[in-house]
Design a protein around this ligand. Sequence first.
Ligand code: ADP
Ligand code: MG
Length: 330
Amino acid sequence: PETVDRIAAGEVVTRPAAVVTELVENSLDAGSESITIAVERGGLDRIRVADDGHGMTEADALLAVERHTTSKIDGIDDVGRVRTLGFRGEALPSIAEAARLDLTTKAVADGARGTRVVVENGEKRSEPAGRDVGTTVEVTDLFARTPARRKSLAGPKTEFSRISALCTRYALLRPDVRFRLSHDDRETFATPGTGDPTDALLGVYDRQVAGASTTVEWSAPDDGSADREVSVSGVVCYPSVTRARPTHVHTAVNSRAVENGDLRQAVVAGYGDLLAGGRYPVAAIDVSVPPERVDANVHPAKERVAFVDGEAVTAAVESAVRDALSGEDL
Ligand code: ADP
Ligand code: MG
């Protein structure tokens, strides 16, 4: 089982940003209103994600760091099958395999006392701990036991830029949640969690970029021309400057941040002529699709998705962006 653990851990935990992704997604899954991400040396030294979500009881916390599906894996030949199943319930154990994990949590039902679980070198221990309702996960010594993996990482600056891009994406896609990101004790950005995408945008970008923006609130018209089951929300900026880079198109499906070239391209298509003269879009777009029409398991780290009918989805995104940008005169 140890070999299998190592391989599975390698699939999910490829670099510091992958750890942050899993922890932030867990915090969002827990219904958090506030998520604070503190990173040291690009995540190579320390990653800490603290939330005010529903937390875990002691029993849940001990279970959370266990590999749920170990019983389904007989040996190395089955690893391919695991990848196709996705890694549900695999993130925390994978992180604990690749690093030192220190988790402190309290559920509402716990009353006054919470729990601290530390996993270090495969050893797990727990003790009572005082804290408010919520969860803090601290990850240190990432890849200390796999020097080859550690060596394959870029420097702190590059690794942090990946983390920053990822947190920016979530902050923009979830304006209802207060996000705070810091690197080496310096605040990178903070969003207010008001629910207004424009507020989130002003939290992460300066006014020059975020100044001229408009919210996207799109559902298909009743004329049968578009897929009624697809809707689009978010925020788009008028491209007033050229200093923003193309990486500032943030996309999500059913509020889960994803990388998808077709979605990105659809956003660009929606901007149309506004991008003349080397201007770049700044946008955060969340597409709602019935869950049965999207497969989020094509990539173990859940970064990519496959649609049952991609064309209906990209057409909706393009229309939504175009409508939003043409709806206001500036
Ligand atoms: P998954 O998210 O796929 O269920 P994880 O390994 O990421 O698997 O987490 C395991 C479990 O631990 C989750 O299902 C959840 O019950 C619990 N958990 C993890 N992080 C948090 C958190 N921040 N707040 C509350 N519960 C959490
Ligand atoms: Mg998870």
